[in-house]
Design a protein around this ligand. Structure first.
Ligand code: SAM
Length: 284
């Protein structure tokens, strides 16, 4: 039972809500254009490092004929996904030793996983489990624009909390997060070097601006809630017990205020725009 990622790196709701937004139908056509998959076929799709399952959930919605399996080594994520998302097979497994026979899948896909996994194992296992002619899709988050609302600036309670933990171990270092990150030019070259053919790149732009009128209220409120959960889970990951109480209360007050301002139509124009690089390659 491995819960390192969900306990110390990114919590369940941090990942689930942020990805639910990134893979919302509002944005999904961008991915579909890059994926170039036949919706009419009963494709066997494997997602690697699925976390709490938001991409697998979106794939099931957008490719209803597909048979989708999704794996992650974190048991909390897999437990959450099994309860939350019907129609997908979720399994606890290590992507460097996939429990599937050679040539099982038509498609493999991953979102923000490549940078954490040793490249020979990451690409090699996907090539092994793909059928000849199968498609490997690799999604990778790139820099974007982030402008926080003034009402969401760190409060004195939060600042005091984080300062009190300044000698706590750094989860990013401890768990090797992002240890295999590479540039936008090196990533497609790496895919080719691992034997994939016809490699292409695309970029999806994900604009999360709650006050923009193009977003319906439920989506705008989900954007605010996703940020709240990210901050609360970051505090929870420190296992600080009662010391965390003032910071948690302060975060909730800030986000309650942000929701109030949204509902009152007092625009803040805070925004988080991210770029997702989408690589597509084929097994020859
Ligand atoms: C940045 S998270 C992304 C999760 C998910 N793809 C998403 O976008 O919500 C990276 C994920 O990779 C998983 N992971 C890292 N190394 C792994 C490995 N060797 N085998 C299986 N999962 C792994 C972590 O548990 C975590 O869920």
């Amino acid at each position: 039972m491995n819960t390192d990622w969900s306990r110390h790196v990114q919590g369940v709701m941090t990942l689930y809500l942020s990805r639910k937004l990134r893979f919302d139908d509002l944005f999904f056509e961008q991915y579909e254009k890059a994926f170039r998959l036949d919706k009419t076929r009963k494709l066997k799709i494997l997602e690697l490092g699925c976390g709490p399952g938001a991409l697998a959930e979106a794939l099931k919605r957008r490719y209803p004929n597909a048979e989708i399996t999704a794996v992650d080594r974190d048991s909390t994520f897999i437990g959450f996904a099994k309860k939350q998302i019907p129609g997908v097979t979720f399994l606890e497994a290590d992507v460097t030793r996939l429990p599937f026979r050679d040539g099982t899948f038509d498609v493999t896909v991953s979102n923000t996983v490549q940078e954490h996994v040793e490249p020979d194992a990451f690409w090699g296992e996907q090539r092994r489990v793909l059928k000849t002619g199968g498609v490997c899709l690799c999604l990778s988050a790139r820099k974007g624009i982030r402008q926080t609302a003034a009402c969401l600036a760190p409060t004195p309670e939060e600042t005091a909390f984080w300062e009190s933990l300044s000698d706590a171990p750094d989860a990013i270092e401890t768990y090797g997060v992002g240890r295999f990150s590479v540039s936008e030019a090196a990533l497609p070259a790496l895919m080719e070097a691992h034997g994939f053919l016809n490699v292409t790149t695309h970029y999806a732009v994900i604009d999360l601006t709650p006050d923009a009128p193009k977003f319906p209220p439920e989506t705008a409120l989900l954007m605010i809630e996703a940020e709240r959960q990210g901050e609360l889970e970051a505090i929870a990951s420190m296992d600080a017990g009662i010391r965390a109480v003032p910071a948690v209360a302060a975060v909730n007050r800030k986000y309650d205020e942000r929701v109030r301002l949204y509902k009152a139509g007092e625009k803040q124009w805070d925004t988080s725009v991210s770029l997702t690089m989408i690589l597509r390659g084929e097994k020859g």
